[in-house]
Design a protein around this ligand. Sequence first.
Ligand code: SF4
Ligand code: SF4
Length: 288
Amino acid sequence: MEALVYKKLKHKQVKCQVCPHYCLIDKDHRGVCQIRYNHHGKLIVENYERVIATHIDPIEKKPLYHFLPKTKVYSLASVGCNMRCPWCQNYQISQISSKRQLNKGSIIKPKDHIDFVKQQGIPSIAYTYTEPTMYVEYALEVMKLAHQEKINNIWVSNGFTSIETLELILPYIDAANIDYKGNESVYKSYCLGHEAEVLNTIKKMKDHNIHIEITTLLIPGINSDYEMIDEMIDNIISVAGNDIVWHISRFFPAYKEQNREITAYDDMVHAKKRAHEKGLKHVYLGNV
Ligand code: SF4
Ligand code: SF4
């Protein structure tokens, strides 16, 4: 499948526009995510239609607490991510280091998801577990069919998505949960992303009247100090207002962060208290 948003340049080089990495990719090379490949000057999406996970979850697991509460959601994922968080809980399917990993998963036609969801009477589909921007071409096909059948689309993402991609997907998204990891130093030092683009995605979704909830994994020594917590709260309020839902999730050792401590319960409570003091109305603690 040819990528939806990219530019063809001289000497068969391409510029991918799917995410803010905006990779310049030489002929026969891949972008940062390893998913997109320059095949003789044409940008190819190599995980297209390959689904690595499907599951039926309670919507509260996404987490979404203020959208279709107590309903079920059908979740799907293809491999890949444009970030490199060392604490990633889904690293086996988000971090791609070989072509072999790209061929994992089953080929599922978009309509097959819709038929299943209709048959089960499930009101929404979530694009989740990995980073849906990495399989946006496929997700968009499923999302368009879902809307034809009045099924809701839920985007669960790290928010590191380009303007070009957002323009394509925003009309089809009904609700989203966006990960907000900390200030720019966190994104730069650990995640291979940037804070400004993530906040911009949240703002754009809010401007499009998409129901958004934000999740922050509170990690000791990374984003749990009191100054950082205040900074995150201020930024959330400045882009999304006081009504936004903020989930503060407790860290447990995962992937490359096996030796880091579990988040202290007192730090979780402190973050929630500060959020309320600064005016956030809906704050929830997760994994406590
Ligand atoms: S999706 Fe992002 S990381 Fe992947 S090739 Fe495109 S710009 Fe690069
Ligand atoms: S953004 Fe999410 S999926 Fe991607 S590496 Fe980070 S935690 Fe994993």
